[in-house]
Ligand binder design. Structure first.
Ligand SMILES: [Zn+2]
Length: 234
């Protein structure tokens, strides 16, 4: 990642069993890797007794740590939505309690998300909608609740250009960039680096950034870098 000019990143855990690995990487590269601890909706049914206490402790021990990746997903049948909802709500409450930003995954569950936001007692002042693939109408509603949006290289695929159009209409000061590695591979020609010989590698962000600037206009990258510092409090 350094070799392509990247100076730092956020690494999200997806389930309790990888919190320790994320903590280790963040400890090994304290200037570069900023940890995010959380339970992804796909793994909402894997939490162990007292998981919230352990999450609170990990976050409290590292001022740079954020909450992620958390959210809700209506694209998968399992875990059930009520299970996802409960685990998500608890993590939102922890983010508010410890005053941390959070990275939110939402797929085919927009109504559910807005319902959750409306029903919750407290919602963080700012949060990141990662790999945002929703419409401009959804984005505009989310903006009012403090959303920032990260663009994933996957949306540079020709059949996904709708998302690029949405980003073109978003306020520039709310845009960040991501790879979502090892998932969500960008177009083949931007895959200069492979993880385990086949998966999307975080260093592909360099090429993704260049392609994003070509689409969005010169100067956007400087903005995105500034936005990232602001969002993550760096
Ligand atoms: Zn996600």
């Amino acid at each position: 990642m350094r070799s392509v000019g990247i100076s730092g990143c956020v690494v999200n855990a997806t389930r309790e069993s990888d919190w320790e690995v994320v903590r280790e990487i963040a400890g090994k590269f304290p200037e570069f890797v900023h940890p995010a601890y959380g339970v992804h909706p796909w793994f909402a049914d894997t939490v162990e007794v007292d998981w919230e206490e352990r999450l609170r402790k990990l976050l409290s021990e590292d001022a740079r740590a954020s909450v992620g990746e958390i959210g809700i997903d209506g694209w998968v049948d399992s875990p059930r939505m009520d299970v996802q909802r409960e685990v998500f709500n608890k993590q939102v409450a922890i983010a508010v309690e410890l005053d941390r930003v959070m990275t939110v995954h939402c797929l085919k569950a927009w109504d559910e998300l807005f319902k959750l936001i409306d029903e919750t007692d407290a919602w963080p002042k700012k949060f990141l909608m990662h790999s945002f693939g929703g419409s401009i109408e959804i984005a505009e509603r989310l903006l009012q609740y403090g959303a920032w949006f990260s663009f994933s290289g996957y949306f540079l695929q020709t059949q996904k250009r709708k998302t690029l159009e949405v980003f073109n209409r978003l306020p520039i000061e709310r845009i960040l960039l991501e790879t979502d590695a090892p998932e969500m591979a960008p177009p083949q020609e931007l895959m200069n680096f492979l993880l385990d010989g086949e998966y999307n590698h975080p260093a592909n962000l360099g090429e993704i950034a260049v392609a994003f600037e070509t689409e969005m206009g010169v100067g956007i990258l400087e903005e995105v870098v500034e936005n990232s510092k602001l969002f993550w409090g760096l």
